[in-house]
Design a protein around this ligand. Structure first.
Ligand code: PLP
Length: 438
């Protein structure tokens, strides 16, 4: 019997044994195409020799030094790289070990910013339903995934949730996608009015919604309106790019495609590409300066922040991403979308095929016309995952609560190194899986 505390205590997991390129192999040698990079992590695929060499060299030279005493060359270099590549005024980078830590740091920084500038009455966050920002208590409170929050609701900070920008379900008949985006963005203004705008710290959103909805991009103009409202009421805009960032959507930062800038951005997953656990919170010079000019101390921290070995992996990864791999992700993403549409565009149970770059979602419905989802009792996501694994495809099926309804989707986030024939492989494996399950 395994003594590992697995999340799914009733599922027997196979041991992953080898990772090579876009494939994983279990202990029996069975091959799996890594169709979701774990959870949108493995952007470079497995066994990348440059990242391995960078990690090995750093471990040998200086594996770790505590940030109370030292900074390190890899941390300085990675911060420079990220700031040089980031849109807007993002000027400072705070390294952590993963996505939830990045979001916690962002929430605390935003609150401390207002304490430092003499507005301690600001205490509310506004976020969106059907979002996911991590599993630590602060990040979980900010997320809108009902299922994940349910058991912990009584011990969490209360967060206001407005509608996501989810055109497939939210756009009404006769409404243009632009008008739809403005309508849901204006919910932020209404919520600010309800709470009292002077009590609100920040609005938190994923530019492209990942785990909860399955690669849902915003409609044009949505985030511009959100930015306008944030500026008008003096609240901060926190964009969570933990899943959709680091090139996944075809640009290094997903929000570059919205023509807006953020006050705080969180990244993780693709930053370490699975070679090291690393995340980061980036903030503007203005936010950082308020602390530098005020108390001079960000009241936050963990033992492993700014970990030199993790930062060395991050440098090797970002070098590759900015050296042409992000553009490749955009090209391969278009090919994947076209292949998915060709195969499943008229499928009676695939309601929507969406996403950007190599971040794609297929929404599964019982009825294409009414968009009615399958009965949750069917446990479709579990069935799909099981069938996919036996067909040699690791992908990320989810069943979420969609404005009171249940909805199923499959999230695809394959490595950016994937080849044309692997696009065909993913689509033909999905066909087999859907034929068997739907
Ligand atoms: N934010 C978003 C948008 C995510 O998708 C996730 C994880 O899926 C997190 C935060 C939490 O990241 P982690 O699991 O690394 O703590």
């Amino acid at each position: 019997m395994s003594h590992v505390f697995a999340r799914h205590s009733r599922t027997d997991l196979r041991q992953a044994s080898i990772g090579k390129g876009a494939y994983l192999y279990d202990a029996d040698g069975k091959e799996y195409f890594d169709g979701s990079g774990g959870a949108a992590v493995s952007c470079l695929g497995h066994g990348d020799p440059d990242v391995i060499a960078a990690v090995q060299a750093q471990v040998a030279q200086l594996a770790y030094a505590h940030t109370s005493f030292f900074t390190s060359q890899p941390a300085e270099e990675l911060a420079d790289r990220l700031v040089a590549a980031a849109p807007g005024d993002l000027d400072k980078v705070y390294f952590v070990s993963g996505g939830s830590e990045a979001v916690e740091a962002a929430l605390k920084l935003a609150r401390q910013y207002f304490v430092e500038v003499g507005q301690p009455e600001r205490r509310h966050f506004i976020a969106r339903r059907q979002s996911y920002h991590g599993n630590t208590l602060g990040a979980l409170a900010t997320g809108g995934n009902v299922w994940r929050k349910q058991a912990f609701a009584p011990i969490m900070v209360e967060t206001s949730l407005i509608s996501p920008c989810y055109a497939y379900r939210g756009q009404q008949n006769g409404e243009s996608s632009f008008d739809y985006g403005q309508r849901v963005a204006n919910e932020l203004e209404a919520e600010l009015q309800r709470l009292g705008p002077e009590t609100v710290i920040a609005f938190v959103a994923e530019p492209v919604v990942g785990a909860t909805l399955g690669a849902v991009p915003p409609v044009e103009g949505y985030f511009k309106r959100i930015r306008e409202i944030c500026d008008h009421y003096g609240i901060l805009l926190i964009l969570d790019e933990v899943m959709c960032g680091m090139g996944r959507t075809g640009t290094l930062f997903a929000h570059e495609q919205e023509g807006i800038t953020a006050d705080i951005v969180t990244i993780a997953k693709g930053l370490g590409a699975g070679y090291q656990p690393i995340g980061a919170m980036m903030c503007t010079g203005r936010v950082h300066q308020a602390i530098a000019d005020g108390s001079g101390f960000f009241q936050h921290g963990h033992t492993y922040i700014g970990h030199p070995t993790a930062c060395a992996a991050g440098n090797a990864v970002v070098k590759k991403l900015t050296g042409g791999l992000v553009e490749r992700c955009a090209v391969m993403g278009d090919k994947l979308q076209a292949a998915l549409e060709a195969e499943f565009g008229q499928h009676p149970h695939i309601g929507d095929i969406r996403g950007r770059g190599l971040f794609r979602g297929l929404e599964i419905v019982e009825d294409r016309t009414t968009k009615a989802p399958f009965d949750p009792a069917k446990g479709l996501n579990k069935l799909i995952k099981k069938t996919a694994m036996s067909n040699g495809l690791a992908c990320y099926p989810m069943g979420g609560t969609v404005d009171g309804q249940h909805g199923d989707h499959v999230l695809l986030a394959p490595p950016f190194i994937m080849e044309d024939d692997q696009v065909d492989e993913v689509v033909s494996k999905l066909k087999k899986i859907f034929d068997a399950v739907l």
